[in-house]
Design a protein around this ligand. Sequence first.
Ligand SMILES: Cc1cc2nc3c(=O)[nH]c(=O)nc-3n(C[C@H](O)[C@H](O)[C@H](O)COP(=O)(O)OP(=O)(O)OC[C@H]3O[C@@H](n4cnc5c(N)ncnc54)[C@H](O)[C@@H]3O)c2cc1C
Length: 438
Amino acid sequence: MSRAQVVLVGIGFAGREAVEVLAHQDVDVLVLDRYNYHTFYPLLYQVAIAGVGPDEVAYPARALVSKYPNVRFRMAEVTGLDLAGRTVLTDKGPVPYEYLILAAGSRPDFFGLEGVARAAFPLDNINDAISMRNHILECFERASTETLLERRRELLTFVIVGGGPTGVELAGALAELQRHTLRSDFPDLSLDQVRIVLIEMLDTVLPLYAESLQNYARRKLEQMGVELILGTAVEDATCHSVDLEDGQTIDAQTVIWAAGVRARLSEALPFETDGRGGMIVDETLQIPEHPQTFVAGDMAHLLGPDGKPYPQLAPVATQQGEHAAKNILRLVRNEPLQPFRFKDRGTMTTIGRAAAVAEVYGRQLTGLTAWLLWLAVHIFTIMGFQNRLLLLIHWAYDYFRYAPGARIIVGVRRECPPEPDDGGTFETLSQSVDATLR
Ligand SMILES: Cc1cc2nc3c(=O)[nH]c(=O)nc-3n(C[C@H](O)[C@H](O)[C@H](O)COP(=O)(O)OP(=O)(O)OC[C@H]3O[C@@H](n4cnc5c(N)ncnc54)[C@H](O)[C@@H]3O)c2cc1C
């Protein structure tokens, strides 16, 4: 009898867990991903601020699957689905499936703000992180020889949009890079002109955390020199300025977007979605009326017991990837499927050296304890022994020496894309970065 064919789209958090479940089982698995590596997103911001190198937050997809005889990998970008023909459409040709797990994650959502999409740096993949790192370091290099005070200020103003975990982590890390490392790298540059501005449309940062943790994070960021602008949204941006809803304009050559994401492939797939592109699944993670199709992670829309959709976080994706794969095995064996139940162990965000917030099993932690826990969890969950070891060495070295080693301008560079009325075609920063790589 022939074995069931499972196609898995995306080797992210959900995908890597699904592979572990399906390995050595009575199914053949083909993993598709547009990149040939798994990305550990929670540490991507560290690449962007020169804390670690890009290979420390990535793991080769083929190394991940090659230990399993029934799992294969193909680097291919999924572009659509032929439901009637049970075929995944990709840029490398069609791929037939019997069972399908969609786990392609999410992408930045600029909420229709075209100027912002053009000018802002997103943090969606490793290329984005490298291009952001190059740009930040280049701003300091250019400021060191800039004689016009206004232009120097513009070069040294860094605006981060979005006060969620990514925005807070970036703002804190940038403040530390500037305060401890770049001060000695640029002895002739007055770094008192550096402005790091964090903008959040709500009245607080880290809105998903308890109020006491939000207040701790605010205090800590302010102590580190981060300027908080709360309760107002970004309306527009160019490569030289940011306009806020309350009428303020900030002159800055760096705008970083960390304000929202949208499920990937939502426009390309023939399934019902929610407002942020999440594919509506039932409790078993199947698309209603398409029992062979499962969705896991950021792409899935499923309500939790509190009536709210599960958040787009790594632990949710990990558990859903595992659950979808287990349900496929149940389906193959004609066993009843099980509903997904999330086991919430907690969440944490780092702000800076010895400063973090954590909610773990209902307990609230701040400061050094939360920070050590954050370090331990990230070391433990990143893929690959070598990555763990390198991270440990880098973080320990950096902790005592304040000298992150990845402060080099290399690879992906980005020029400011032309404004549409300059006769240029509209493209987001990611698109222009991708174009330089081809
Ligand atoms: C910068 C950043 C920081 C984050 N920090 C945290 C954090 O600290 N804690 C936390 O819990 N969560 C964090 N998250 C969220 C977390 O990373 C996501 O919830 C999680 O990655 C979702 O897992 P997933 O498997 O659904 O998708 P992903 O992990 O994003 O994996 C999707 C995979 O699909 C591939 N793919 C995408 N499109 C296609 C296509 N068309 N064809 C083929 N392959 C495709 C991608 O290359 C990728 O490998 C962060 C996210 C970002 C962007």
